[in-house]
Design a protein around this ligand. Structure first.
Ligand code: NAD
Ligand code: USQ
Length: 398
């Protein structure tokens, strides 16, 4: 099939583009390269030395003979160009990664809150609007987040796949059952945009019969896939800074350079995790199993395992002997939560998740050890605060 990968130059998009290209799909990456510009704005760099997008796709052709095309386009700002591309290229599917995805960056200041909201909401709406405009039967696969659910409860109540069965008492006192979208409970401006995306998917599936799959993905860890390991020029990005670095990769990098692991608060927060290789596989499964036109959006919980941050830190300490620092939490989040997640659908497609215990720590440790000298230690601290009050408190304490 012909697949558009919006955001295909990013951490999840690049290995997914290679994976789908290797499977024989005609892959077109559409990206405005904003993530590379944010690196410059924040004075940060991927731990791994990533090539330009042109060098990346040339290397992929040289190594495998597969062609990936690249088109530079801002999907949030250029609706007409996006629509024309759909008319010219007639993709069968679109995988939509093209959003500002860091919660800390989205909370940094009023400008980054506005940017994240504009970019994510207008981008997603433009994609939906363009599919309707061209009247093509395109399947949209969107990368959403586990964070739309708000990470469970104090009790271990399973989070269903997007929809919750509820019992409602009617006005004539009967009990009926219904299935509603799971109540959203975002924990940052970034996560809020994802809950708003989800509303737009409900609307466009209902009103225009669009075929939509929303993947509620957990925190992605790891760097390389089999495809990105084929050549140094194909290496995936690895973010470790206080805004874009996600927790497990940050911990692995901190251990590699001999710094204490930066656990926020008690570390009692439970989060869902998935390895980057599985991100690619799950997207392949989602593309192969589209909903029918007229159906409500399919929602799949794309996660492999749930762990508390303190357990993760202890596991890494066991492997590396590193120290652990329990720091004041810059975020406004529950200190502890349970997280039990249903993901029967992805597993029914045949997915067997990669788990942390399957020696994959080794793979990431190798990457962090190999590139440890590129780490800028001054960029590790998290300096985006969720509330002005937290910011003031932490400034006084320093
Ligand atoms: P990333 O920042 O590395 O990649 C996003 C890409 O989209 C970048 O290349 C960026 O330049 C591009 N982009 C952003 N706005 C755009 C626009 N308006 N027009 C065109 N291109 C644009 O992020 P990632 O980690 O690869 O995440 C991709 C998606 O997966 C995001 O939507 C994110 O919400 C979701 N997700 C990521 C994780 C994770 O742990 N990384 C977990 C769950 C969900
Ligand atoms: N945390 C630490 N120490 C750190 C960094 C983070 O304890 O050094 C904590 C945070 O306080 C939080 C947890 O680790 O409790 C996760 O933080 P994160 O930055 O790894 O993940 P998050 O902000 O939730 O965002 C990431 C991706 C986002 C995706 C989301 C999936 O950046 O795109 O949507 O994971 S999920 O978390 O399931 O919503």
């Amino acid at each position: 099939m012909r697949v558009f990968i919006l955001g295909g130059d990013g951490f999840c998009g690049w290995p997914t583009a290679l994976h789908l290209s290797k499977l024989g799909h005609d892959v077109v990456i559409i990206d405005n390269l904003s993530r590379r510009r944010i690196d410059l704005e924040l004075g940060i760099e991927s731990l791994t030395p990533i090539c330009t997008i042109d060098d990346r796709i040339n290397a992929w052709f040289e190594v495998t003979g597969h062609v990936i095309r690249f088109i530079e386009l801002d999907v949030a700002r250029h609706f007409d160009e996006l629509t024309s591309l759909l008319v010219e290229e007639k993709p069968d599917s679109i995988v939509h990664f093209a959003e500002q995805r860091a919660a800390p960056y989205s909370m940094k200041n009023s400008r980054t809150k506005n940017y994240t909201t504009f970019n994510n909401i207008c981008g997603t709406h433009n994609v939906l609007n363009a599919i309707v405009e061209v009247q093509q039967n395109i399947h949209l696969v969107h990368l959403g987040t586990m964070g739309v659910y708000g990470y469970g409860h104090e009790e271990p109540v399973p989070i269903p796949e997007g929809y919750l069965d509820v019992q409602i008492r009617t006005s004539d006192d009967r009990q009926i059952t219904d299935s509603i979208v799971y109540p959203p409970n975002p924990g940052s401006v970034y996560h809020m945009t994802k809950t708003m995306d989800a509303q737009m998917f409900q609307y466009y599936a209902k009103n225009d019969n669009l075929r939509i799959t929303d993947l509620h993905q957990g925190i992605v860890w790891g760097t390389q896939t089999r495809d990105t390991s084929l050549d140094e020029r194909l290496v995936n990005r690895f973010d470790y800074d206080g805004d874009y670095g996600t927790v497990l990769n940050r911990f692995l990098m901190q251990a590699a350079v001999g710094l204490p692991l930066t656990v926020h608060g008690t570390g009692g927060q439970t989060r869902a995790f998935i390895h980057i290789t599985d991100t690619c596989k799950c997207i392949e499964y989602a593309l192969m199993n589209p909903p029918s036109a007229g159906a409500r959006p399919t929602i799949l919980n794309q996660m492999a395992e749930a762990r508390t941050l303190s357990d993760l830190a202890k596991d890494i300490q066991l492997i590396t002997g590193c120290e652990i620092d329990n720091l004041p939490n810059p975020r406004n989040e529950a200190e502890e939560n349970d997280l039990v997640v249903r993901n029967d659908q992805l597993r029914s497609f045949g997915w067997k998740p990669t788990l942390m215990e399957d020696s994959l720590f080794l793979e990431v440790t190798e990457i962090t050890q190999r590139y440890r000298n590129r780490a800028d230690h001054s960029k590790i601290q998290c300096i985006s605060y969720w509330t002005k009050h937290t910011q003031e408190q932490q400034t006084i304490n320093q």
